[in-house]
Every structure is written in structure tokens, then in C-alpha cells.
Design a protein around this ligand. Sequence first.
Ligand code: FES
Length: 134
Amino acid sequence: MTEPKQQGRGPTTFPLSALRDPGCKEVVIDSAGERSGIFVVRQGDLIRAYVNSCPHQRVPLNWKPDTFLTPELDAIQCSLHRALFRIEDGFCTAGPCAGRSLTAVAVRVEAGIVTVDFPAPAATSGGVSPVGLP
Ligand code: FES
């Protein structure tokens, strides 16, 4: 599998083909010596990116690489205390941080390339950036 392209403080890119449907891909962005974990999630035409930090205890959500979804692949799940988050907006619907949200990161798809813009904030008030798939 192709590793995400690291570009320092600029955007990070990887091919859309590296992202299962539904599925997730984790990227680590090294910005000015500070590493940030981000994951991109895909469900059909829906693609979102979030900071890999659970709002409950601020720890990474996953314990296996690229594994962030429930067994049914219909929600994001924290591996520590099983909080559930909606894929479309990162809102926690169940668990110890119910009512809180993951931190959204701007992501876009152009010509089969996924681009994560971090540390740029997400583009919309809901914390979710729109993307267009080819
Ligand atoms: S750390 Fe994620 S639910 Fe507790």
C-alpha cells in the first residue's frame, strides 16, 4: 500500500485507491517537529477527515492500523471505551463522550488523489469539509 506523502506543514496526499469503501486510512503529519495523527474515512461518496483523538480521554481512537469503524462499518468507534461517532460529522452518539464531536480536518479529492489540509481548519461551520469524488 502506498504511504501518505509527507509535505511538512503543507497538505498530505495519497491515492484514493488506498482508501477502502467503507474504510479508513491513518496519516501522520509532521508539522514543525510536532506529529499529528489524522484519519480519513470513506463511506461511498462521503469522505471526511478527523484528528485521531477521542474527546473522552484525548487518546488515539484505534488500536490497529487504519481500523476506526465498527464491525458493521457504519460508524466510527473508539477502541478504548467503545464510544460511537457518526461518519458524516464526527458527532458522538453513544459512550462516555456522547454529545461531543471529533475534530474535523479539511479533506478533498481531485483526480483520484486525496488531500488532507492540516493544520488548516475544516471549511464549514459543522466542522466538515465537502469533497467531490471523480
Ligand atoms: S477514550 Fe474513547 S471512549 Fe474513552
